[in-house]
Design a protein around this ligand. Structure first.
Ligand code: PAF
Length: 285
């Protein structure tokens, strides 16, 4: 395709994709907009994996709690469309809330136990909201491959389980977390941080690095958790969790590979990050 197309309704998107689907594979990058280089790296993966790249931009109300940032979530639409065009997106799906959740819509997806811990424990309903909108988007776009970022590790685990359990015919690929030069994981919510908060937010990556160093030095997952809490304590940041969990089911304690996961508040902004330490890296330094 040459010109990027924008579809605002489910019918328009299906009509646009129908002729393409006959001869091309479809790669899909679901987003909530406020695009950054992390999203654009997922677009690059989608373009490598499939011939047509579809991106959705939809701030999904179902995945925000009543006291969360739905109203102030950034929606820089013109800049997003420019970035999507520049990255080589072929079709942007830009539905309204009414298009996705018309009056009377009541059916939702209930994820399995992988959604009960970590984010699930601290943001009740969040992962069910994610699973529901992703299930709808998969049914609307019907992609061959969909790309998600490792930064939302638990979201990835929930979606992989949903695809497996509900027999969605889509391959899930996971792109690495993209970081700023100083290590802060890229996130649309970084826009909320003022200069001083931006500096304090570095504690998330520093905590992960301290946990990793502990595991590499032969420490246990509990030692790694302790080291991460030390970093947060020194930075004066309030944490929701700083845990060393099994990367597949996100349960504690981890045995072989360890996923270090953190969630902390910097002012009123809640940030998450994670780092995988392979079993083969443990006790090697
Ligand atoms: O990761 C996100 O931006 C969102 O959770 C997603 C997958 C687009 C669903 O709203």
């Amino acid at each position: 395709m040459t010109e990027m197309q924008v579809a605002r309704s489910i019918g328009d998107l299906r009509a646009l994709l129908a002729p393409l689907r006959a001869e091309s594979s479809i790669g899909f990058v679901p987003t909530m907009g406020a695009l950054h280089d992390g999203h654009l790296s997922l677009v690059a993966l989608a373009r490598d994996a499939a011939e047509v790249c579809v991106m959705s931009i939809f701030v999904n109300p179902l995945q925000f709690g009543p006291t969360e940032d739905l109203a102030r979530y950034p929606r820089p639409l013109d800049a997003d469309l420019e970035l999507a065009r520049g990255a080589g997106v072929d079709v942007v799906f830009l539905p309204s809330v009414d298009e996705m959740y018309p009056e009377g819509a009541t059916t939702t997806v209930v994820p399995g136990p992988v959604a009960d811990v970590l984010e699930g424990a601290h943001r009740p309903g969040h992962l069910a909201g994610v699973a529901t909108v992703v299930a709808k988007l998969f049914n609307i776009v019907d992609p061959d491959v969909a790309i998600f970022g490792q930064k939302d590790a638990q979201q990835v685990a929930v979606i992989k389980a949903m695809v497996r359990d509900l027999d969605f015919e889509v391959r899930i690929e996971v792109g690495p977390t993209i970081r700023e030069p100083d290590g802060l994981a890229m996130s649309s919510r970084n826009r909320y941080l003022d200069i001083e908060q931006r500096q304090r937010a570095l504690a998330l990556y520093e905590a992960l690095q301290a946990g990793e160093a502990s595991l590499r030095a032969g420490g246990s997952p509990e030692d790694a958790e302790h080291q991460m809490h030390e970093v947060f304590g020194a930075a004066g940041l309030e944490t929701d969790y700083a845990a060393a969990v099994d990367p597949l089911d996100l349960s504690s304690p981890a045995t072989g590979d360890v996923l270090l996961v953190v969630a902390a508040r910097v002012g009123s902004t809640r940030l998450i990050d994670n780092l995988l330490v392979k079993a083969s890296q443990r006790g090697t330094s």
